[in-house]
Ligand binder design. Structure first.
Ligand code: FES
Length: 571
C-alpha cells in the first residue's frame, strides 16, 4: 500500500462553494431586513414607511446598491455551475430537494417584484412606497409577494441550516434558529396584511386615492397590465433558461462520459465514472451504500474512505479536507469521498457503515451524527464481581436490576440520558439538548442523587447482601461525536470521543483516590461552580500523556444541595 503526505491545498480550493455561500448569506441578510420592514406594518403604516426610509438609506447607498444585484448574479451563476457539474442527484435529502425546487422558483416571483420596485422607479418615476403599492395592488399581486417571501425564505433557511448544522455550537442555538425561521416570515406577512387593511380604510376617501396616484404615479401608468406583460415574459425566458441549463448539463455529462475512470471497491464492486465525478458520487451512481451525513458538503467526515491503491494519483486535498481529516485523526491514506475527484483508477474502502436506509432526513441532525460539547457520566459498582460469586444467577440479575432502576431514576430525573448499561457499569449523557454548562450541572446533581439512591437501595437490600453496595462515579465534559450507532435493533444514541474515554478513566480513578465521585476541573469550570472545600489532585490518567486536574468527593452526596445558588454567586 502506498501512502503520500496529506498536503494542504488552498483554503479556497472549493471557491465556487464559498462564493455561493457568501453571496447567499448577503442575500439572506437582505431578505431578513426586508421582512423586518414588512413586519413593522403590525405597528402601523407610518412606522412601516419610516422603517422603509431607514432601510433604503442603507441598501441604496452607493456600495450596497450594487452588492445585492452582484450577489444575485454570483449566487445564480454558481448554483447553475453546481447543477451542471453534479453527476447524480441520488442521495439528496428531502430538505435539499425542497431547497432546489424553491430556489428554481425564485426568479418567477422575484423578477416581477424587481420590475415593480426598481425598474418602475427609474423608468416611470413611480414612488415604490408601501402605501402606493398596497393601494394599487390586485389580489394576485399580493399572493405573488407572499409567495416570494415563502420561496426565498425557505430556500435561504434550508441553506443556512445545512451550513450551520455541522458547527459544534449549533446544537445550543438550534431551537432559537427554528423559532426565528418560522416567526420572522409570519411577522412579515402579518405586517403586510395589517398595513393593507389600514390602506383599504384610507382608500374609502376618493380624494386621498387621487392625491396618492398623482403623487406616486405621475405618468399614470397602468400597473396591472405592465406587470402582467412583464411576468409572462419572465415565465417564457425562465422556461427557456431552464431548458438550456438541462441541455448544457446533458452535453457536459455526454462529454465527460468519453473519458471514464475505473473506481474499484475492496469489497469487489467496480464503477466506471466520468472524469470530474467524486468518489461519493461514484458510490451513489452504482447504488453502493456509502455514509454521507452532511450530504457531501465536506463537513461530517462520514464519507471517508481508505485509499487502498492509487493514492498518489489523487488530487491534493484542500485545506478544509485536510483539517477535517486531522480532526478525526485518520491515517494519511484516508480521503473524504465527497471531496475527492479521481483522475486515474483507484481502489477504495468506505470506512463507516451507512445506515441500512441511507441518510434519513426525518431524523434530527444529532441522531445522524454531530459534534457536541456535553457532559459524560460513568459509574460502576465496586466489588460486585466478588459479591456475585456463589450467588444464584437469578439473584445477581435481581440485584443488578434494582441497582439500574435506582440509578436510572437518579440520572433521568436530572435530565440525563442513560446511554448504556455495561455489565454493572452505567454510561449517561447530559446536555444533549441544553449544552455543556447545563449538562455539567445536571450531571453533578445526578451524581449527588445517585449517592442518596444508593443509600435507599442498600436499606432495601439489607437482607439480601452482606455488605452495602458502593459505587464510583466519574464525570468529564468535552467535544464528542453524538449520533445513532449500532446495528439494527441494537442501535441507540451514543457519544464517542476522547472526552468519553476520559470520563470512564475518571470513574476508574475513584478507586485510587478512595472516593465515590471524581470530576475533572473542566466540569467545575463549565458548571461555573467552585468546591474549594473538597480535595483537588493532579493525576495521570491511563493512556494519557498529560496530567489532569481533578476534584474528588468521598461521597457524592457531599455535593452542596444548593448548586443553583452557587452558580448564581459563582462561588
Ligand atoms: S459527506 Fe460529509 S464530509 Fe463527505
Amino acid at each position: 500500500m502506498t501512502t503520500t503526505p496529506l498536503n494542504e491545498g488552498s483554503a479556497w480550493a472549493d471557491w465556487p462553494a464559498r462564493l455561493r455561500l457568501i453571496s447567499g448569506l448577503i442575500l439572506m441578510f437582505y431578505a431578513f431586513t426586508h421582512l423586518l420592514n414588512h413586519a413593522m406594518g403590525i405597528v402601523g403604516l407610518d412606522v412601516m414607511e419610516n422603517g422603509r426610509d431607514i432601510f433604503l438609506a442603507f441598501w441604496r447607498s452607493l456600495v450596497l446598491m450594487w452588492l445585492v444585484p452582484l450577489s444575485i448574479l454570483v449566487h445564480v451563476f454558481f448554483v447553475c455551475y453546481k447543477f451542471t457539474g453534479k453527476k447524480t442527484f441520488k442521495g439528496m435529502r428531502n430538505s435539499e430537494w425542497i431547497q432546489l425546487a424553491f430556489g428554481v422558483a425564485i426568479p418567477l416571483f422575484l423578477l416581477p417584484h424587481v420590475y415593480v420596485t426598481r425598474i418602475a422607479i427609474l423608468t416611470y418615476q413611480v414612488e415604490d412606497s408601501y402605501t402606493f403599492f398596497l393601494a394599487t395592488w390586485y389580489p394576485h399581486e399580493i399572493i405573488t409577494m407572499l409567495g416570494l417571501i415563502l420561496v426565498i425564505w425557505t430556500h435561504g433557511v434550508i441553506g443556512l441550516y445545512l451550513f450551520l448544522a455541522q458547527k459544534p455550537w449549533f446544537g445550543r442555538s438550534r431551537r432559537l434558529f427554528d423559532i426565528l425561521s418560522v416567526v420572522i416570515p409570519l411577522l412579515a406577512i402579518w405586517g403586510v396584511v395589517s398595513a393593507g387593511r389600514e390602506v383599504n380604510l384610507l382608500k374609502q376617501d376618493p380624494t386621498w386615492m387621487d392625491d396618492l396616484s398623482s403623487a406616486s404615479n405621475p405618468l399614470g401608468i397602468d400597473w396591472t397590465t405592465q406587470v402582467l406583460t412583464f411576468s409572462s415574459q419572465v415565465v417564457k425566458y425562465f422556461l427557456i433558461s431552464l431548458i438550456v441549463l438541462v441541455l448544457l448539463r446533458s452535453i457536459l455529462n455526454w462529454y465527460r462520459k468519453r473519458n471514464r475512470i475505473l473506481v474499484s471497491y475492496l469489497q469487489g464492486s467496480k464503477v466506471s465514472i466520468p472524469r470530474g465525478t467524486t468518489l461519493l458520487e461514484a458510490s451513489l451512481i452504482a447504488n453502493i451504500p456509502h455514509a454521507h451525513v452532511c450530504g457531501g458538503r465536506g463537513r461530517c467526515s462520514t464519507c471517508r474512505v481508505e485509499v487502498i491503491d492509487g493514492l498518489e494519483t489523487l488530487p491534493t486535498p484542500s485545506a478544509d479536507e485536510s483539517n477535517l481529516l486531522k480532526r478525526v485523526r485518520v491515517g494519511r491514506n484516508v480521503r473524504l469521498a465527497c471531496q475527492t475527484r479521481p483522475t486515474d483508477q483507484c481502489t477504495i474502502y468506505p470506512l463507516l457503515l451507512p445506515n441500512s436506509s441511507g441518510y434519513d432526513s426525518s431524523q434530527p441532525q444529532d441522531r445522524q451524527g454531530a459534534d457536541k460539547e456535553i457532559a459524560i457520566l460513568f459509574s460502576d459498582l465496586r466489588g460486585f464481581t466478588s459479591m456475585s460469586e456463589g450467588r444464584l444467577p437469578y439473584d445477581v440479575v435481581f440485584i443488578l436490576n434494582q441497582y439500574f432502576q435506582f440509578m436510572g431514576h437518579a440520572i433521568e430525573s436530572h435530565g440525563g440520558k442513560v446511554d448504556k448499561f455495561i455489565g454493572d457499569g452505567i454510561m449517561a449523557l447530559f446536555g444533549l439538548e441544553n449544552g455543556a454548562a447545563e449538562g455539567c450541572r445536571d450531571a453533578l446533581k445526578a451524581a449527588r442523587e445517585m449517592s442518596f439512591q444508593l443509600d435507599r437501595l442498600n436499606i432495601h437490600l439489607q437482607n439480601e447482601i452482606e455488605k452495602p453496595l458502593r459505587i464510583g462515579i466519574g464525570i468529564h465534559t468535552g467535544q464528542v461525536i453524538v449520533g445513532e450507532m449500532g446495528y439494527k435493533k441494537s442501535t441507540n444514541l451514543t457519544a464517542i470521543g476522547d472526552a468519553t474515554n476520559t470520563a470512564s478513566r475518571l470513574e476508574s480513578a475513584c478507586k485510587e483516590l478512595d472516593s465515590e465521585l471524581v470530576i475533572s476541573d473542566e466540569v467545575m469550570q463549565r458548571a461555573q461552580v467552585r468546591f474549594t472545600e473538597f480535595e483537588r489532585h493532579t493525576i495521570q490518567l491511563r493512556g494519557k500523556s498529560e496530567s489532569m486536574d481533578v476534584h474528588s468527593f468521598k461521597l457524592a452526596k457531599q455535593l452542596p444541595a444548593d448548586l443553583e445558588q452557587m452558580i448564581e454567586r459563582k462561588i
